[in-house]
Design a binder for this molecule. Structure first.
Ligand SMILES: [Zn+2]
Ligand SMILES: [Zn+2]
Length: 294
């Protein structure tokens, strides 16, 4: 198999793009996909201060690395979840990256905030993954706004977006479907959010991280066992294997055909939290409630 760009021996085959690339051309292809996503959805420009949510995993560190290589002004935000060993390993990977690339890293420690994930898991009956997501979004937003960033970038890739879309469609979660997009504009006290990796797959990201020799956490969060998204991803990959290109078609079809006709007003958070000022549906936000305010 030859690289379709330079005719050298190919190292990566991408069936959904009907393409094969050598290492250098694959890196070029990947960076091009990220740049395309940024430009197509006006995510940010070189003048913006971008805050990258970094977990220490392959996706978020790949995103941070690509944005820096493309010349964007990107700092990192790490949220220490307080999950013993797992969080310590994650923190060390993120700190090492920031040190090597000489870039700014902001850290929030959930133990200091009184809501470490193991604590929260013991205190409530709600699924821990969704609580963890809620807490992370809260701090991404809060830190982004208070530290003067114009946009928050997360490392969600095509597989993340497609499995989420699939789940939202299976259960017709209209309020979540409305919020599913590579770009959510800044509104009601919420920071603009973007997903520059939405055009590349999990496989692409792994290949990129490998070729770039990125050092990331490669163990799963101990609390994520049996998460439904893993099952959806597995089945979607089987469909993709039989019909290459289905994932990107499904996602882009949603963005082009369904999302534009969905209205976005009736569910907007009109109140602000009495304790912290965060936009909320009621008078006290979810995170302040977890902290014990009522
Ligand atoms: Zn090539
Ligand atoms: Zn609050």
């Amino acid at each position: 198999m030859k690289c379709i760009r330079c005719k050298k021996e190919a190292e990566v085959e991408l069936k959904s793009h009907n393409a094969a690339f050598c290492r250098d051309c694959f890196l070029h292809f990947f960076e091009n996909q990220v740049e395309k996503a940024i430009k197509k959805h006006s995510m940010f420009s070189k003048a913006d201060k971008v805050l990258v949510a970094v977990s220490g995993g392959k996706d978020s560190l790949t995103l941070w690395s690509v944005l820096l290589d493309l010349g964007y002004n990107a700092d990192g935000l790490f949220i220490n979840l307080g999950i013993n060993n797992f969080s310590e390993i994650a923190r060390s990977k993120v700190e090492k990256f920031a040190q090597i690339r000489k870039v700014k890293l902001i850290t929030v420690d959930l133990v200091d905030e009184g809501i470490s994930i193991p604590d929260v898991k013991n205190k409530t009956r709600r699924p821990v993954c969704s609580l963890c997501g809620q807490i992370k979004r809260y701090y991404f937003n809060m830190m982004g706004l208070t530290e003067g960033y114009s946009v928050l970038a997360t490392g969600h890739n095509l597989d993340d977006e497609v499995s989420r879309l699939f789940s939202n469609v299976l259960h017709w979660k209209m309020e979540y479907l409305k919020d599913q997009s590579p770009v959510l504009p800044s509104e009601n006290g919420l920071l603009k959010k973007v997903k520059p990796l939405y055009r590349v797959t999990e496989f692409d990201t792994s290949a990129y991280a490998f070729f770039k020799d990125l050092d990331f956490v490669d163990i799963a969060c101990p609390f994520s066992k049996g998460a439904t998204f893993t099952v959806y991803k597995k089945h979607l990959n089987q469909i993709e294997f039989s019909f290459p290109g289905t994932k990107i078609d499904f996602y882009q079809g949603f963005l082009k055909k369904l999302r534009p006709i969905m209205t976005n007003d009736e569910n907007s958070r009109k109140n602000t939290c009495k304790i912290c000022g965060y936009p909320t549906f009621s008078d006290i936000c979810g995170v302040c409630r977890l902290k014990g305010y009522r």
